[in-house]
Design a protein around this ligand. Structure first.
Ligand code: NAP
Length: 913
């Protein structure tokens, strides 16, 4: 082997630079000169940079000859390095024969096809376009023809049906090509390199695909022919097609991401006319479907319109925003500044169409870009913004929007809607009143509306759109599309970030949200701040943390000897989830369910209770600001009997999360089974027992006993529906409760001193009055309240206390869902009996016990049939603790890790190896 072999590298690009590095790594030979192209602007070819870093002389020639004659000064410089072998890894220039033959051992050259097939500049494209079964490369001895010299070595690989120009280059032609160039140099050095004369049999010379006229896609051919052409030009430059628009004008576009399609007719396709195609193509949710002349189909997933790449399925979608055209001088100056930031990162000249990633940027470059732009322009920006607008002009457009919008503009966009102006609590709040479907606020079908009543003064606050079955279908379709489209592109960690951002926005607007909740549902403002809104924010933050921690198991199963087996599980989102919620904690019920549902990776639509949907709509607005893609969250106020029922019945909804009454829960479960056997979880009514032993801390028992019933005006699913108080302290307990009740402030829920606000709506208040009348009729002793608060406008119901309640009475068995305390006595020597009485209910949501005796408390916790047990406390829920009932209080948990499982499915994968 000639170890001092003097080599000249002639070429350009990363491929040539890697060949140079490989030759140098072996340190057997001497690279005496590198000949490459001149700098483009300030950007040097990477081969020159690499050579310079190894102190190798670099020569940059714009051309080697003029009018067919070699330039003497160029020849002289080439000869000065005294190369014995020329290596041409990738060379776009015409090299004169004086140079090719100027080295003692000649010139070896890389070509990305199996010569003599596909001679010429676009060999890889033609390998795909012609439908070859194998692809490969040749290293040959250069001569005076175009790729005609004798062969030194060749390598080949089977072409996969999913291969494109990009994949075949990246997976084979590049990495194997670099190695083979190294081997070829070794073979030349040790004298074993063959010179196999190329035959002319099977030789092809193919047109260069960098000419636009050659990039035109012929649609009058088979589906396979169309598919091969598109993938042969994917991802650069893309196959050119012409769309004939409705007004007869034509638009030239480029196609990417083609695959053969055999899944049968598309649903809900919309016709698109393509020039040169006899039948219309179809835009459908999976792309653009084109029928070849053989009747088979090819589907195209992405279309480039101008500089913007869109999903083909979005062709008919109204552009999200028109590009900005009215840039100010200041903004144009910023454009120059932005271009210099891009240029410094990409080390390449920047044009409007420069794509950050196509120009070679990686994830660290994204971070650098974001940080530099934030620093330079003092504008909020996130990595996500770069992924969403990777082309320079789009990125600048987005930057200007953010700058114009101020700090609210990062990630999400402002959303327009019809709404009403709520002036309350010294605030002026804009509240949406339309349905929220696919990221937009829209009217309901036939403009149907619901009256929203303020329970404090019985006035109509506003009209809110009332969803129909068709509206529900639109929302489901949007959620379905997002689930299989945009939402899939969002990684688990990004999902968590979106949720955290939403939680931050909820925090930012918490006074607005609490005010709306107070006016809409009658919630006491201070409680709304802490619980209705505070716990909602907690739920979003808690579940955001789960997003990137959802994982399966590896499971040791019996091996299939002599082979081994690997079995693992994956936790996957279920798909489109329907959520139906009640009116007692409107935003909190939404958040408990939706945060878990979204964290698990699902998309959803929610039908909030018809009486108080306003915080859900304000929340929808915030979800846009947070940057959730359209269709992931949909909010549809409406009636349970039609919109709610339509959610339960819809065949594309795969899971229903329901909170409400037991009778409706049962009905819904049947609908879930009959429609498509959708999974459901039911958080239903309760009649929770609270047992107070005489050995308790009585002050504490009275305080918690009061809140166990009167918290949130009794509109609390875990409210203690029955209090069993030991006979020794019964009278004292009742006396203290009545004392506290007499000093309870009832009034405007926005007033900070108010402890008890109006019931949620009139029908509910009327039901409470009837409930008390029935209690009295059955012989229970009404010791306080039982009626509407006299002389007061609004749905104010007096907190009520019944004693001497017998187990068989209606009020002992049925939930009131209002501020009604039902007290029965028990004898402290007969713990078994009180346990039996506490469990004698078809409900099993929550329970409580007050005692200082730890054994009694734990025995109670063992024996009570309820999903939640409170000991010496009540209502202490937390977003990390699972919440849900037993028996006819339903099944499936909200909150805690268990809630995630309600929105996940487990897939088991087994591999033999
Ligand atoms: P509900 O009458 O059962 O209503 C709950 C939700 O279901 C509402 O949005 C309602 O719509 C909707 N709905 C009604 N009929 C429907 C149907 N056929 N198909 C689909 N959806 C339908 O309960 P509520 O009166 O609003 O709430 C009070 C009940 O909820 C109480 O029993 C309480 O215990 C329970 N709750 C339980 C929990 C828990 O976690 N276990 C929490 C809170 C409340 P409309 O708005 O049109 O009525």
């Amino acid at each position: 082997m000639s170890s001092n072999l003097r080599i000249a590298i002639i070429g350009q690009s990363n491929f040539a630079a890697d060949v140079l590095e490989l030759i140098l790594e072996r340190s057997k030979f001497q690279v005496v000169g590198v000949f490459t192209i001149p700098d483009k602007g300030s950007r040097e070819d990477v081969l020159a940079t690499t050579a310079a870093s190894h102190n190798i002389p670099v020569f940059k020639f714009a051309s080697w000859r003029r009018k067919g004659v070699p330039l003497p000064e160029v020849l002289e410089q080439y000869r000065s390095v005294k190369a014995e072998l020329n290596v041409l890894p990738f060379c776009s220039q015409f090299i004169p024969m004086e140079v090719i033959d100027g080295a003692r051992l000649g010139s070896i050259c890389y070509h990305p096809s199996i010569l003599p097939r596909h001679r010429g500049a676009s060999a890889i494209s033609w390998t795909l376009i012609e439908g070859d079964e194998v692809a490969g490369f040749s290293i040959f001895w250069a001569d005076d023809g175009l790729d005609t010299g004798p062969l030194l070595l060749q390598r080949q690989t089977n072409l996969e049906p999913t291969d494109t120009l990009d994949t075949i280059y990246k997976r084979f032609l590049y990495p194997e090509g670099v190695k083979a160039m190294g081997l070829a140099v070794d073979m030349v050095a040790d004298g074993t390199a063959p010179k196999i004369v190329q035959t002319e049999v099977g030789a092809t010379y193919d047109p260069a695909m960098f000419k636009v006229e050659n990039q035109q896609l012929c649609l009058a051919q088979s589906a396979v022919g169309i598919f091969n052409f598109v993938r042969g030009l994917d991802s650069v430059p893309g196959a050119v097609a012409t769309v004939v628009l409705d007004d007869g004008t034509e638009e030239q576009v480029r196609f990417f991401g083609a695959h053969l399609y055999s899944a049968g007719p598309v649903k809900d396709g919309k016709a698109l006319k393509l020039k040169g195609l006899a039948k219309p193509a179809w835009v459908h949710e999976g792309g653009l479907l084109i029928e070849g002349t053989d009747g088979a189909f090819v589907n195209v997933r992405r279309i480039k319109r101008g500089t913007k790449m869109i999903n083909a399925s979005d062709w008919f979608k109204q552009a999200e925003h028109q590009p900005i055209t009215d840039f100010s001088e200041d903004e144009l100056a910023k454009k120059v500044q932005l271009a210099s930031i891009w240029q410094a990162i990409l080390k390449a000249p920047i044009e409007g169409a420069t794509d950050f990633f196509a120009a070679g940027a990686g994830s660290m470059d994204v971070v650098r870009l974001v940080e530099e732009v934030k620093d330079a322009f003092d504008v909020p920006l996130e990595n996500e913004n770069v992924f969403m607008a990777p082309v320079f002009d789009e990125f600048f457009d987005q930057l200007v929007r953010n700058l114009r919008q101020g700090s609210g503009g990062a990630g999400g966009k402002q959303v327009e809607y019809k709404g009403f102006q709520l002036k309350a609590n010294k605030r002026d709040i804009r509240v949406p009143t339309q349905l929220f479907i696919n990221g937009e606020f829209v009217d309901a079908e036939k403009n149907r509306v619901l009256d929203i009543v303020n329970p404090t003064d019985e006035t109509v606050l506003c009209e809110v759109a009332c969803a129909s079955t068709n509206d529900v279908d639109k929302a489901v379709q949007a959620a379905h599309k997002a689930f299989f489209g945009s939402w899939k592109q969002v990684s688990a960690r990004q999902r968590g970030q979106l949720m955290l951002k939403l939680a931050d926005l909820m925090e930012q607007y918490k006074e607005d949200l609490a005010t709306i909740e107070s006016v809409d549902s009658g919630a006491v403002y201070t409680l709304a701040l802490k619980t209705h809104i505070g716990m909602s924010i907690d739920a979003w933050r808690y579940f955001a943390g789960w997003c990137d921690k959802i994982q399966g198991n590896t499971i040791p199963v019996n091996p299939a000897r002599p082979n081994n087996v690997l079995t693992f599980t994956r936790k996957e989102p279920i798909g489109v989830c329907g959520l139906v919620t009640p009116w007692n904690y409107p935003l909190m019920m939404l958040s408990w369910k939706m945060a878990a549902c979204i964290a698990a990776g699902n998309t959803c639509l929610i039908k909030p209770a018809q009486t108080c949907p306003l915080t859900a709509l304000k929340f929808a607005e915030l979800s846009v600001l947070a940057g959730f893609p359209p269709g992931v969250i949909n909010v549809l106020p409406g009636k349970g009997s039609d919109a709610g029922q339509a959610v339960a019945d819809h065949p594309l909804v795969r899971k229903l999360g329901f909170t409400g009454s037991t009778p409706i829960g049962k009905h819904i479960m049947k609908s879930c089974a009959d429609s498509n056997l959708k999974k459901c979880s039911l958080e239903l009514g309760g009649k929770s027992p609270l047992v107070i032993f005489a050995d308790c801390d009585l002050d504490k028992a009275v305080k918690h006993g009061m809140s166990s019933v009167f918290f949130n005006k009794g509109e609390n699913c875990i409210a203690a529906g029955r209090l069993f108080v030991e006979d020794r302290i019964h009278d004292e307990f009742v006396r203290r409760v009545l004392k506290d009740l007499r000093s309870m402030t009832i009034g405007d829920p926005l007033n900070r001193s108010t402890a008890h606000g109006p019931q949620n709506h009139k029908a509910h208040m009327d039901k409470l009055i009837e409930y008390c009348e029935r209690g009295v009729a059955e012989g229970a002793k009404l010791v306080y309240g039982g009626c509407r608060v006299p002389n007061m406008k609004g749905y104010f119901f007096t907190p009520t206390v019944f004693t001497d309640v017998e187990d068989n009475m209606f009020i002992a068995q049925e939930e009131s869902f209002g501020p009604i305390m039902i007290i029965s006595k028990f004898n402290g020597s007969d713990v078994d009996s009180v346990m039996t009485r506490a469990n004698r209910s078809e409900y099993g949501l929550a329970s409580g016990v007050f005692t200082k005796d730890i054994s009694k408390a734990l025995s109670f916790a063992d024996r009570i049939e309820a999903g939640t047990v409170f000991v010496n406390v009540y209502n202490k829920t937390d977003v990390a603790a699972p919440f849900g009932g037993f028996k006819q209080s339903g099944f499936g948990k909200d909150l805690g890790q268990e809630a995630l499982n309600e929105y996940l499915k487990t897939k088991c994968v087994t591999i033999e190896y």
